[in-house]
Write a protein that binds this ligand. Structure first.
Ligand SMILES: Nc1ncnc2c1ncn2[C@@H]1O[C@H](COP(=O)(O)OP(=O)(O)OP(=O)(O)O)[C@@H](O)[C@H]1O
Ligand SMILES: [Mg+2]
Length: 353
């Protein structure tokens, strides 16, 4: 859903803010340390229960306060999402009714983030790239969430059985294999379905390179998962955990046929990360018929103005509701404020519209 109203209480240096949002583009402008990123973090916390900058609630709650609050509402159908979070307690409300599962909010508020650490999707561990694929599947493929949580439960059981050298391990292995195969083929299909928009967006942003993406299932292509599990059983018993399966999968990214992770400059990594997220947003809108929310923190870091402009053009094409931060008096702020967007000035945690 798109948000029309956003309310924040006790997030970092923002004591209280109530914002009337633009349906398309919202620009948060201010000096360093004013509270710009905090506004973006609020939306992420509401959606996922944590922010792209920290997993720890105590870092987010204003010093000396017990808990933070974020609420979002749509004017059209009066939907309301809220979260109240202290160090050890989280309460979520959907239309004022308490909800236990954070994923129920995430389903409605599909948030993607582009921030100075986004290059980790290229440079970081395989888990970063799995998270990218799984974000898409969580939102567009109904069966994924259930299968993945079932898989993780069984994986835990099998790992315990391996450690204990319990013969029941075989039963868990036989349950694990078909689920793992199914998750893997969902991921493979998702990556395939993204290819079209990846190529289009890459040609618009980085036309001079060749970029390719291939999903690696985490156990090898020439055998079934069951056979791979059987083969590695003894080694896995020694280790005490299952060493192959979709929990070990990766998305291999190649730039001009070479491993992107090893050869990309920081700027290239950022651009490729942006291309991936933009393709995902485009795909999301095509499949769901409602827009995602894209939080863009500090777009200008390490990118030329020309690149920033190219990315902005593509961002607006995704149809997502976009939130961008920009420094006071920066060229980016100038460009964004001239457009038909909601502009919010932040100064020492106080926000004016
Ligand atoms: N838990 C907290 N309680 C109170 N203030 C905090 C807390 N955590 C961080 N701050 C302060 O909140 C302010 C806002 O931080 P934020 O990262 O949102 O700034 P920003 O406008 O994005 O700055 P920059 O342009 O440097 O990225 C900073 O001064 C920071 O020190
Ligand atoms: Mg910031």
């Amino acid at each position: 859903m798109q948000i029309d109203k956003l309310s924040l209480r006790n997030l970092r240096n923002i004591r209280e803010a109530n914002l009337n949002l633009n349906k398309k583009t919202n620009v948060i402008v201010g000096e360093n340390a004013a509270g710009k990123t905090t506004v973006l973090e609020a939306i992420d916390v509401l959606s996922r229960g944590r922010s792209f900058r920290t997993n720890k609630t105590e870092n987010l709650v204003t010093y000396g306060e017990k808990d933070l609050y974020v609420g979002a509402a749509t004017a059209a159908n009066q939907k309301k999402l809220e979260i109240k979070k202290s160090r050890n307690k989280t309460q979520i409300f959907i239309d004022s009714k308490e909800e236990k599962k954070q994923s129920k909010v995430a389903e409605r508020l599909a948030v993607q983030t582009i921030h100075p650490g986004s290059h980790a999707i290229i440079e970081g561990a395989p888990s970063e790239r799995r998270a990218f694929i799984d974000w898409g599947l969580f939102h567009v493929e109904h069966s994924f969430k259930k299968e993945w949580s079932e898989y993780q439960k069984i994986l835990k059981q099998r790992n315990e059985a391996l450690k204990a050298r319990d013969p029941n391990e075989k039963i868990w292995m036989q349950k694990l294999a078909p689920l793992g195969e199914s998750i893997s083929s969902l991921r493979q299909q998702y990556v395939d379905s993204l290819q079209k928009s990846l190529v289009v967006i890459q040609n618009q942003i980085l036309p001079d390179i060749e970029l390719s993406f291939s999903y690696e299932n985490g156990w090898g292509t020439n055998k079934s998962l069951l056979d791979a599990l059987k083969e590695r059983k003894e080694a896995d018993q020694e280790k005490g955990y299952t060493s192959c399966g979709p929990q070990n999968a990766d998305l291999k990214i190649a730039l001009n046929n070479k491993e992107a992770q090893k050869i990309c400059s920081r700027g290239q990594q950022k651009l490729i990360a942006n291309i991936m997220l933009l393709s995902q947003a485009k795909d999301f809108f095509e499949k769901k018929s409602f827009p995602s929310i894209i939080l863009v923190d500090d777009l200008s870091a390490e990118l030329t103005l020309e690149m920033q402009e190219k990315l902005l053009e593509r961002l607006f094409e995704t149809k997502s509701q976009i939130f961008l931060t920009a420094l006071n008096d920066s060229v980016l702020a100038e460009i964004l404020c001239e457009m038909d967007s909601g502009v919010f000035h932040v100064e020492h945690g106080e926000i004016t519209q």
